[in-house]
Design a protein around this ligand. Structure first.
Ligand code: IMP
Ligand code: MG
Length: 177
């Protein structure tokens, strides 16, 4: 399936494990003694969230949301709706929203505001990869694994039309079409 003319390796297992470990260390230090809820944004977060959660030594609960956004365009912001909501009680707990990659930030902004309205003790955003230059909506992202340029990546949860999420390493796709 991996054709070397199309897929170029971007991050190997050692790179990925180093980033996950560094993010885990930061969270273990910042949230020591606190009740933490990781909220993963499906589906892309699935592989990364499994790895990150196993680095954590804090009092931890895990939940997921699935969002969908329609009518995305440059001038017409899409309407975001919830396909799967959280089921744990986040009041007075420290929430960390977990993304595998942030692009425009639109879906994330919607989720951030919604979670904040449920009165957690705190809410922060963590992402494995950040295409910061593509941000269209301002969202505070506290923990970033790696800042990247605008390029299309697959593997480690990132998909190309729902495929490739299972690849253990991350590839840059030269000809996405
Ligand atoms: P946005 O930040 O609301 O524009 O959307 C971010 C979402 O787009 C991510 O959660 C991914 O599902 C998807 N996405 C963004 N960049 C990539 C990429 O390079 N490969 C695969 N999916 C991507
Ligand atoms: Mg996707």
């Amino acid at each position: 399936m991996i054709d070397e003319k199309t897929f170029t390796k971007f991050l190997n297992r050692t790179d990925i494990e180093g980033i996950v470990q560094s993010l885990g260390n930061q969270l273990n230090r910042d949230y020591e003694g606190k009740q933490v809820v990781l909220i993963g944004v499906l589906k892309g977060c699935c592989v990364f969230m499994a790895d990150l959660s196993r680095q954590l030594k804090v009092d931890l609960e895990i939940d997921f949301v699935r969002l969908t956004s329609q009518g995305k365009g440059l001038t017409t912001p899409g309407t975001v709706s919830i396909l799967k909501d959280i089921s744990v009680d986040i009041r007075n707990k420290h929430v960390i929203i977990v993304e595998e990659i942030i692009d425009s930030g639109r879906t994330l902004k919607f989720l951030f505001d919604r979670i904040q309205a449920s009165q957690p003790a705190s809410v922060e955003v963590l992402t494995f990869l950040d295409k910061k230059d593509k941000r269209l909506v301002d969202v505070p992202v506290k923990y970033v694994g790696r800042l990247i340029e605008d390029q299309f990546l697959v593997g480690y949860g990132l998909d190309l039309e729902e495929k490739c999420r299972n690849l253990p390493e991350i590839y840059f796709l030269r000809y996405p079409n």
